[in-house]
Ligand binder design. Structure first.
Ligand SMILES: Nc1nc2c(ncn2[C@@H]2O[C@H](COP(=O)(O)OP(=O)(O)OP(=O)(O)O)[C@@H](O)[C@H]2O)c(=O)[nH]1
Ligand SMILES: [Mg+2]
Length: 368
């Protein structure tokens, strides 16, 4: 176990981040996975007081960490008065509960962390509903693994049957709420469908920006359409799909949409909840897959995006947009490697005129 210690200044709960290298994590570059985990935490406004890096050969079903590591973490939490512990890997409901009790802290995992970022980033009513549904699903899975006290039968009037446990009651309550939220979401989707149908009927060209989170999708949309979508160095800055008219040389070329960014091991609750937003992709004529060439893991990220698109059943004509060509770091996607991804353009959304190769491609591109 290796660790970093930081100086805590304010009077807030002290936070420990636990970055795990488990045998089940198929990521090729563990350092990038760690960096991404730290970026997820900071994107959620979390200041880490302690970070430990743990390599595990096996996982404990009850406590996730094996005995020796668990004791080291317990001692650290006690010594540093830690009150919040976040794991970089998914915890089972049982592990989460056992660790919470043992460490006297709020304990949660990467999935919960991503859900909380999504909760903060959702601005539209539809986005908020989608996140709420995903949160309920996650909560329901936690209840499924809850302990004995939830198994005790509750004798209150109004229960479904005499044998209903508190666990079943809570699950039923969540299901009722999810069903209600889904109804509301469906009504909103109908409005979106009508808008889309109008666009399809008018035969307007639809272009969609997709890609890993933080690659520059919103920055590109803003520069190409003078939109005002929040773009910042935060994971999942954008959740809501924004669609704008796209003019090239003063002529309307079509519409262009920004979409929620992807991430490796994206919690499935979120893919499910965001299916309706991501539906935009299914109707696109051209996808612009934005890739951050300053990221050492960018090729891996292309694979993640391709896999999620495949899972969503989206197979569309695609242009790879290699962005951040201005960055001082060495390009992580060599020219030879880049050539495997065709067609592609190399751009810099932050440089004056840096998007010209992309604009030029779209200028000469027509839908089939
Ligand atoms: N150096 C450099 N930075 C860029 C470029 N384009 C975008 N960025 C920065 O990259 C960060 C992410 O940009 P966004 O446009 O928010 O990225 P996004 O893909 O919309 O991210 P999500 O909405 O979180 O999925 C911001 O800090 C941008 O300023 C570029 O061409 N060069
Ligand atoms: Mg964005």
């Amino acid at each position: 176990m290796s660790k970093n210690t930081f100086q805590a200044t304010e009077n807030r709960p002290r936070v420990l981040l636990i970055a795990i290298h488990s045998p089940y994590n198929k990521t090729k570059n563990i350092q990038s996975y760690y960096d991404e985990f730290l970026h997820l935490a900071s994107s959620n406004g979390i200041i880490a007081d302690e970070i430990v890096y743990i390599k595990l050969r096996s996982l404990d079903t009850g406590y996730f960490l094996t005995t020796g590591k668990l004791e080291e973490v317990r001692a650290l939490c006690e010594e540093k008065k830690i009150r919040e512990v976040i794991f970089s890997d998914p915890l089972s409901p049982l592990q989460e509960r056992n660790l919470t009790e043992l460490l006297h802290s709020r304990v949660y995992d990467r999935t919960q962390l991503i859900l909380e970022i999504f909760e903060k980033s959702a601005h539209s009513a539809e986005g908020k509903l989608q996140v709420e549904i995903a949160m309920f699903h996650h909560k329901k899975s936690r209840i499924a693994g809850a302990g004995v006290h939830m198994m005790q039968q509750s004798g209150k009037v109004g229960n479904k049957g005499p044998g209903e446990t508190a666990k079943e009651k809570e699950t039923r309550h969540i299901e009722t709420q999810v069903n209600q939220l889904k109804k509301e979401l469906l009504a909103m989707q109908k409005v979106r469908d009508t808008q889309r149908k109008r666009r399809l009927d008018s035969n307007v060209t639809q272009i969609c920006l997709v890609g890993y989170t933080n690659t520059g999708k919103s920055t590109i949309l803003n520069h190409m359409t003078k939109a005002n979508v929040l773009a910042e160095n935060r994971l999942f800055a954008t959740l809501d799909t924004t669609t704008r008219e796209l003019f090239i040389d003063g002529k309307k070329k079509g519409v262009i949409s920004d979409t929620v960014g992807f991430i490796q091991q994206l919690p499935h609750q979120l893919i499910d909840a965001f299916k309706s937003t991501l539906d935009e992709l299914r109707y696109a004529d051209l996808l612009l897959q934005v890739v951050d060439v300053s990221d050492p893991d960018c090729e891996e990220h292309i694979k993640v995006v391709t896999k999620i698109l495949h899972e969503l059943g989206v197979e569309k004509e695609m242009l790879y947009v290699f962005n951040k060509a201005d960055t001082p770091v060495e390009m992580h996607l060599s020219e030879a490697l880049r050539d495997q991804y065709q067609p592609h353009v190399l751009v810099s959304a932050q440089t004056e005129g840096g998007l010209e190769p992309l604009i030029n491609f779209i200028r000469h591109w027509d839908k089939k």
